[in-house]
Design a protein around this ligand. Sequence first.
Ligand SMILES: CC(C)(COP(=O)(O)OP(=O)(O)OC[C@H]1O[C@@H](n2cnc3c(N)ncnc32)[C@H](O)[C@@H]1OP(=O)(O)O)[C@@H](O)C(=O)NCCC(=O)NCCS
Length: 143
Amino acid sequence: MTLTTLGLSDVKDIVNLTSDWQDGWSEKMLIDGVNANNLFGFVVRQQDSLVGFLTYTIGGDFSDLLDIVVDKTQRQKGIATLLMQAYFDKLKENKVEKSLLEVRKNNLVAINLYKKHGYDQLYIRTKYYPDGEDALVMEKEIL
Ligand SMILES: CC(C)(COP(=O)(O)OP(=O)(O)OC[C@H]1O[C@@H](n2cnc3c(N)ncnc32)[C@H](O)[C@@H]1OP(=O)(O)O)[C@@H](O)C(=O)NCCC(=O)NCCS
């Protein structure tokens, strides 16, 4: 398993990994973000195939964790944890003090993951998603 920073050569694989997922990424959004240097991330590959990725932005002293997805066949093996650790290390290196995120209120697996990594719920943003589902806004202080 290898972890690298997100680059343009990862975009097609990310689009494929998220193609059956409602909050998936379009190729254009990813390419524009990487090219403009305002979208960052990490990817994990196993024998060249992409098995997980994490994307984020940084603005001043805080970061938004946008997305973390692991291939269905590779879950519960610690890949998301690996990605989050790389993300926290990067934030520390850049002296970023806070990480914020939104997560679907019913996505208990992801909420567990975030709580395990030190995120606390700040508030609920009602009807945040296009299908009307609420989001939990969560925050972690980076020490
Ligand atoms: C959420 C997701 C990224 C977790 O990836 P993963 O590689 O399986 O996670 P890890 O193996 O590193 O597990 C870390 C922690 O996540 C939580 N977790 C992972 N799978 C879980 C499950 N099936 N049920 C409950 N908690 C779970 C646990 O807290 C776990 O810690 P533990 O193993 O000590 O119990 C993955 O399930 C996924 O891609 N889901 C679909 C996309 C998504 O919803 N992304 C988040 C919203 S943007």
